[in-house]
Design a protein around this ligand. Structure first.
Ligand code: ISJ
Length: 260
């Protein structure tokens, strides 16, 4: 594969290349693992997710839906979604930013803004992931639990949508390989071309290790209990089954629009 001209684009002050993009993904692993550890402090608290309880007067969805929507509204006013790395879970009816606009480097093709798979991420997180790592029970801490859920969702969403940057870099490094497949709308061939199995294997091992290191009981003696705040196997499963496949889905969706 051809080398990118590392001076060709500026991204957060750094050159945008496959290495810098992968460094960002590695750093984001820390955020994801910590956010899961924080959520695991609370039991499942399923009333938070129940649409039929009517916990919020005049609002027909679940309490977590209410909290995420309202939190996103205030974050939108503060400019969060001006950053092309951020994608809201409830984009409809978000208020505009009221703060001065920051000039984010325009790295992505404008069609990137139309890619938002948060509905999918929402469904995966609440229906598949959460039941795997939280304890049964209800401690009534709904607002704090929902804030933890939102941190997990935002960290996962940022990582998965970062596939747009990954795809942009891969395209720039080898347009001659990608262009014919994009024109042919050949999803499978694009998926093959952008997949690096060896990198995926390293990611799975590294996130499991991070869960082991970040989630161990820290004591002043050297009596490690062997109890982890989140099961390292669940974290590598999360990456293998959802995070990496969804990142690659974003990469394919982005590439399909790259020549528009
Ligand atoms: C993100 C990349 O693209 C693909 C997805 C990966 C991931 O989600 O971690 C890892 C390797 C690739 O198969 C990459 O190449 O780094």
């Amino acid at each position: 594969m051809a080398m990118a001209d590392s001076n060709s684009v500026s991204h957060s002050g750094n050159a945008l290349n496959l290495e810098s993009v992968r460094d960002s993904l590695i750093r984001q692993e820390d955020t994801i693992v910590f956010s899961l550890i924080e959520r695991a402090r609370y039991p499942v608290n399923s009333r938070l997710y129940n649409q039929t309880l009517g916990l919020v007067p005049g609002f027909s969805r679940s309490l977590v839906h209410f909290i995420v929507k309202e939190t996103e509204a205030i974050q939108a006013k503060a400019g969060r979604y001006e950053n092309p790395e951020e994608n809201p879970f409830f984009p409809n009816g978000l208020p505009p930013s009221v703060v001065p606009t920051h000039k984010y480097p325009q790295v992505l093709h404008p069609a990137a803004a139309s890619i938002n798979i948060n509905e999918h991420i929402w469904d995966m997180y609440f229906n598949q992931l959460l039941p795997l790592f939280v304890a049964e029970g209800d401690d009534g801490n709904y607002a704090s639990t929902a804030a933890s859920d939102l941190n997990c969702l935002q960290a996962l969403s940022r990582r998965i949508h970062y596939g747009k940057y990954v795809a942009e870099v891969k395209f720039r490094e080898a347009p001659q390989d990608y262009e014919p497949l994009i024109r042919a709308k050949d999803r499978d061939a694009l998926m093959n071309l952008l997949t690096f199995k060896n990198v995926e294997e390293m990611v799975k091992k590294r996130v499991a290790k991070k869960a082991t290191v970040f989630g161990q009981e820290v004591t002043l003696g050297n009596n490690s209990s062997g109890n982890y705040k989140i099961d390292p196997l669940i974290v590598s499963h999360l990456y293998a089954e959802w995070v990496m496949p969804l990142t690659k889905l974003v990469e394919v969706e982005y590439l399909l629009r790259r020549l528009d």
